[in-house]
Design a protein around this ligand. Structure first.
Ligand SMILES: Cc1cc2nc3c(=O)[nH]c(=O)nc-3n(C[C@H](O)[C@H](O)[C@H](O)COP(=O)(O)O)c2cc1C
Length: 132
């Protein structure tokens, strides 16, 4: 079984393109080494990410992310186990989405990302990551 962890975190400064590039390069290199796959979505200052792989490796990476100064706060939404990886081809897939497109997709009017995340059940967030 594959262990997965879904969390969200808020940026501690405004990310520019070079910051995303640097982050993804670092993440993909370590994920490759630890056989971790997943998806990272950035929406208006908030990152939503799912990490999947061996339980200890995923927890180690999450501990690094939690201590990462590029984020001011992180919170685990859910953890679980699946038969197969959702993101088997991705050492870390990445996309940016706007709150407008989430609201349109979900037929909602959330005023900000935190409002959306705190009201969305974990399965909905997971589906959003899979869809993006
Ligand atoms: C939003 C965000 C997502 C990240 N995703 C990953 C990831 O998927 N894999 C990873 O190894 N590091 C990721 N990192 C980087 C880690 O926080 C950390 O800097 C890196 O793993 C090196 O950890 P270490 O200094 O404890 O060795 C991410 C950082 C941020 C801010």
């Amino acid at each position: 079984m594959i262990f997965y962890l879904l969390y969200y975190g808020v940026q501690s400064f405004k990310f520019e393109q070079k910051d995303f590039d640097e982050l993804l390069e670092q993440a993909r290199e370590r994920n490759e080494r630890l056989d971790i796959t997943g998806k990272l979505v950035y929406c208006e200052g908030t990152f939503i990410q799912v990490l999947e792989g061996d339980e200890q490796n995923v927890k180690d990476v999450y501990n690094s992310i939690e201590a990462d100064r590029r984020l001011i706060a992180t919170r685990i939404v859910t953890i679980g186990r699946v038969e197969q990886r959702y993101f088997s081809g991705w050492r870390m897939d990445f996309d940016k989405v706007s709150l407008d497109s989430i609201n349109e997709l979900e037929n909602c009017t959330h005023p900000n990302v935190t409002d959306y995340i705190s009201n969305a059940p974990a399965i909905k967030l997971l589906k959003l990551l899979i869809k993006q």
